[in-house]
Design a protein around this ligand. Structure first.
Ligand code: ADP
Length: 286
C-alpha cells in the first residue's frame, strides 16, 4: 500500500492500486466524498448538494463543497457568498486556493468564486475544464474534512467521466424528477456509474409533490407514478422525496438558503435517507 492509499477515502475497498488514477488534495485530508449527480440539468442537483452540505454541517461535521458544474456554477448563490472571492495564493511555482466559507463554516470552491464577474461565461474546451477542475479539487486548502460534496456537471460526458475516474468518490447520490423523460436520462448515468464500479447510494426524487396549504395532502403534480416506482425503474433505493418549495426559491433569491434549510423540516427526510445509506454502505471506511 502506498502513502497515497492511506489518505484515500477508498482505502480498503479498492483492488486496483497498480492502475490507480486517483488524485488526492495537496492541502488537507478528506474522509468521505459524496458526488451529487443527474443525467440532466435543471432537476435540482445543486439544490440537493447545498441542502445536504447544510444538514451535514448542522449535524456537526466538517464539510466542503466543490462546485464542479463549471458551465452552470450555482453553489456561491446557494450559500449567499457570490459577492466574495476565493483567494489564489502563490506557493513556489504553484498556486493554492483558499475557499470561501459559508455562514456556518462550509468551505466552498467554485469557478464563480475564482473569476472576476460571476456573469462571465466559460468558453473553454473539455481538456481545459478538466484541468481547472482537477486544480480546484487538488489545490484547494480543504483542511480536515469529514465530507466533501461534489456538485457534478450534468450528463454522462467527458468532464463527469474524468471526475468519476480521478476522485476517490465514496458514494453517489442521483437526483431525478418525476418525469419519464428525466428518469430515462438519469438511467443512462446510473448505468455509467455501475460500469465504473461506483457506489451509488440511491436516488432523491426532487419536485415530487406540492403540499396542500389547507389539508397538508401531498399532491404529485408531474406524474401519476409513485416515487418508489420511479426508483424501481432506476434500480436504486429511494432516499427521499423533496417537495416543490417556493419558500426555498425565495430564500435562494434573497441569498439566505442556508438559513432557510436550517429552519425548515422539509429536508429532514433527505438528510436521514442519505445518512442512512452512507452508514449502510459497504465501501465506507469508518
Ligand atoms: P441542477 O443543479 O440540476 O441544474 P438546480 O438545483 O440548479 O438544478 O435547480 C434548478 C432550478 O430549480 C433552480 O432555480 C432551483 O432553485 C429550482 N429548484 C430546484 N429544486 C427545487 C424545489 N424542490 N422547489 C422549488 N424550486 C426548486
Amino acid at each position: 500500500m502506498s502513502d497515497k492509499c492511506s489518505s484515500c477515502s477508498q482505502n480498503g475497498s479498492c483492488t486496483k492500486e497498480s492502475k490507480c488514477t486517483v488524485m488526492l488534495p495537496k492541502h488537507g485530508k478528506i474522509k468521505k466524498i459524496i458526488a451529487v449527480m443527474s443525467g440532466k440539468g435543471g432537476v435540482g442537483k445543486s439544490t440537493v448538494t447545498g441542502i445536504l452540505a447544510t444538514k451535514l454541517r448542522e449535524a456537526g461535521h466538517s464539510v466542503g463543497v466543490l462546485d464542479a458544474d463549471i458551465t452552470g456554477p450555482s453553489m456561491p448563490r446557494f450559500f449567499g457568498i457570490n459577492d466574495k472571492r476565493a483567494i489564489m495564493q502563490p506557493e513556489g511555482e504553484e498556486v493554492k486556493f483558499i475557499p470561501v466559507e459559508s455562514e456556518t463554516g462550509i468551505k466552498v470552491i467554485s469557478l464563480n468564486l475564482l473569476i472576476q464577474n460571476e456573469e462571465d461565461p466559460v468558453i473553454w474546451r473539455g481538456p481545459v475544464i478538466n484541468g481547472v477542475l482537477n486544480q480546484m479539487y487538488v489545490d484547494t486548502v480543504w483542511g480536515e474534512l469529514d465530507y466533501l460534496l461534489i456538485d457534478m456537471p450534468p450528463g454522462t460526458g467527458d468532464i463527469a467521466l474524468t471526475i468519476m475516474q480521478s476522485t476517490p468518490i465514496t458514494g453517489v447520490v442521483m437526483v431525478s424528477t418525476p418525469q419519464d423523460m428525466v428518469t430515462m436520462i438519469v438511467k443512462k448515468l446510473v448505468t455509467m456509474a455501475s460500469k465504473l464500479n461506483m457506489n451509488t447510494l440511491g436516488v432523491v426524487e426532487n419536485m415530487s409533490y406540492v403540499t396542500c396549504g389547507k389539508c397538508d395532502e401531498r399532491i404529485r403534480v408531474f406524474s401519476k407514478k409513485s416515487a418508489k416506482e420511479q426508483a424501481e425503474y432506476l434500480g436504486l433505493e429511494l432516499l427521499s422525496e423533496m417537495p416543490i418549495d417556493l419558500d426555498f426559491v425565495e430564500s435562494l433569491e434573497k441569498g439566505n438558503a442556508e438559513e432557510y434549510v436550517l429552519n425548515s423540516h422539509n429536508y429532514d427526510e433527505l438528510f436521514e435517507g442519505v445518512n442512512k445509506a452512507i452508514n449502510k454502505s459497504v465501501n465506507i471506511i469508518k
